[in-house]
Ligand binder design. Structure first.
Ligand code: HC0
Ligand code: SF4
Length: 573
């Protein structure tokens, strides 16, 4: 440890940490804007300046390591004035349209202006009226709101290893953009939305599709059904001020009922269906010498990354559609027939923690009937906005259950929302199908947790199945490179584009750096997912009575011809 003083307070702190962290430990708040722990620690915005006795200039506390005897001042007149000037300069170049901004009340720039008591902006900024980039089906970029913090650049480059957005350094004209000023639609963006999750302002946001949902709901001709992804229920509450990791499954269903959906279904049911199909596919490929490893195909950001960067692995992808796409296809075939509803009148809305799913739903490969399997995808954030617009008092809603006939899902379906969950769900089912008996010990700890790459070898009958799980595209790249180089070999691989899996998807509620830097969102939300799994009476996909009935009445058996027509696809780039 080292001895320092901050604002006259004597402190003993761990060597090597930054002044910002030391101050935080002493409950002294230093304002920041570009800082995001482990993702963007570059001292670029100069908001976190502090005075250090004996130093020539003010220093950025987010990158300055503590050292023995440092005497630090976080509130001296020089510091206060420097911060205000910095912030006013940033504000002078910002469009300041807070009233209509999607991030109003959850904007780090707005909070800073309030916290630093900014009452006037002394500088005349460059007028900003740059064109929006809203050509992507998933992501909107608004350069007029950008504060040049570079968090999105670090996320895209260092964590996701996609590198489609970068800073162009041209003094006053510096900007964040794609190469040659292209749109995100024209570059190999995966639409993962991780850049949105780290944007402190409204410069990056999802394409808002809420109006499409409102107009479908208003159309008396349509039978509008909604399904919600596993990860939505453990994060939606954050939009209503509830603690991170609160499960709001029942309230979410109640809110959707109230909004007027004819049926509220659980994507987890389709996750169970995916396990039946994917498990069968895995066993078939192992037995028949098919392409191994089977790689999961439910994360559309990952699929797009694979198409752009690793086309040689497209053959490895499971041919299963992702669960929500399977559900859409089931709703427009089996359900339409069963309920006697004209398929053209069925309108399927998916609520997803994901921005890439907006893109996925538009893919021509994903259509079992000639119509899109899913009509509109909205993110968790958009659902929260719709609930607010509806005037629903969310926190006081009474819990409701998902609707029949597709209502019951299992714990296996729920854990899809966390990294390793698809793998664990598949192992729970495949091991019992091969053994022909049921096991009590169904938790696979080796594939849980937020590490980028996890591995496990699992005995299934007399086979040893080698499994790997990667979350975050940077980890996926590492794993695929090691397979390519012959350094590793697997039978079954799960890949999710977002670090931590869907719980940390690009469509989830956004937490500011002041929270996100010090709380692991991925772990907190995943904990809630595993709690829901443990609370459910049925925790294995093959024991789900809804799924059994679907096979009895419609698909025959997993991997049947009919199942292939409706539930599978093929990605060719
Ligand atoms: Fe996921 Fe899914 S688990 S991708 O993260 O597989 O988005 O939550 O809905 O489709 O089930 C997202 C979450 C899903 C799908 C499921 C899968
Ligand atoms: Fe990069 Fe993902 Fe953002 Fe696209 S959506 S720019 S891949 S971080």
């Amino acid at each position: 440890t080292v001895n320092i003083t901050i604002d006259g307070k004597k402190l003993q702190v761990e060597q090597g940490i930054t002044i910002l962290e030391a101050a935080r430990q002493a409950s002294i708040k230093i304002p920041t804007l570009c800082f995001l722990k482990d993702i963007n620690e570059i001292g670029a915005c100069r908001m976190c300046l502090v005075e250090i006795k004996g130093a020539r200039a003010l220093q950025a506390s987010c990158v300055y390591p503590v050292a023995e005897g440092l005497e630090i001042y976080t509130q001296s007149p020089a510091v206060r004035e420097a911060r205000k000037v910095t912030l006013e300069l940033i504000l002078s170049n910002h469009d300041k349209k807070c009233l209509t901004c999607v991030r109003s009340k959850n904007c780090e720039l707005q909070s800073l202006a309030e916290e630093l008591n900014i009452k006037d902006i002394r500088f005349e900024g460059a007028s900003t009226n740059l064109p929006l980039d809203d050509f992507s089906p998933s992501i909107v970029r608004d350069p007029n709101k950008c504060v040049l913090c570079r968090r999105c650049v670090s996320m895209c480059k260092n964590i996701q290893t996609v590198s489609v957005i970068s800073a162009t350094e041209r003094g006053f004209k510096s900007a964040i953009s794609c190469a040659f000023d292209r749109s995100l639609e024209e570059v190999p963006c995966t639409m993962c939305g991780q850049c949105i999750s780290v944007c402190p302002v409204g410069a990056l946001r999802e394409k808002d599709d809420t109006e499409k949902v409102w107009s479908a709901l208003a159309n008396q001709e349509l039978h509008v059904v909604v399904q919600t992804a596993p990860a939505v229920r453990v994060a939606l509450g954050e939009e209503f001020g509830l603690p991170i990791g609160t499960r709001v499954t029942g309230k979410m269903v109640a809110a959707l009922n109230h909004m007027g959906f004819a049926k509220v279904f659980d994507t987890d049911t389709a996750a169970d269906l995916t396990i039946m199909e994917e498990g069968t596919e895995l066993l078939n490929r192992i037995k028949n010498g098919g392409k191994l490893p089977v790689i999961t195909s439910c994360s559309p950001g990952w699929i797009k990354f694979c198409e752009h960067n690793y086309p040689e692995f497209l053959e490895n992808l499971s041919s299963c559609k992702s669960p929500h796409q399977m559900f859409g296809a089931v709703l427009k075939t089996y359900y339409a027939e069963k309920m006697g509803i004209d398929v053209k009148k069925i309108f399927v809305v998916s609520v997803m923690p994901c921005t890439a799913k907006k893109f996925e739903a538009q893919r021509p490969e994903l259509s079992a009937t000639g119509l899109p399997d899913v009509d509109v995808v909205i993110t968790t954030r958009e659902l929260a906005r719709m609930i607010k617009e509806s005037g629903i008092d969310f926190n006081n809603l009474e819990d409701k259950d998902f609707d029949d006939p597709m209502g019951n899902a299992t714990g296996a379906g729920v854990i899809f929302g966390a990294t390793g969950g698809v793998m664990e769900a598949a192992l729970r089912t495949v091991s019992e199908i091969v053994a022909g008996k049921s096991f009590d010990d169904i938790e696979y700890a080796a594939v849980r947790g937020i590490e980028g790459i996890k591995e496990a070898t699992v005995a299934i009958g007399d086979m040893k199945v080698k499994a790997a799980v990667a979350n975050g595209l940077g980890s996926a790249r590492k794993l695929l490179d090691s397979i390519k180089a012959g350094e590793a070999s697997y039978d079954f691989v799960e890949i999710m584009a977002c670090p931590g899996g869907c719980v940390n998807g690009g469509g989830q509620p956004i937490q500011p750096s002041s929270v996100r830097s010090w709380t692991d969102l991925r772990a907190e939300r995943a904990k809630a997912i595993y709690e829901e799994d443990a609370s459910l009476p049925i925790r294995k996909s093959h024991e789900n009575p809804v799924i059994k009935e679907m096979y009895d009445k419609y698909f025959g058996k997993p991997g049947s011809h009919k199942a292939h027509e409706v539930l599978h696809t093929h990605y060719i780039s």
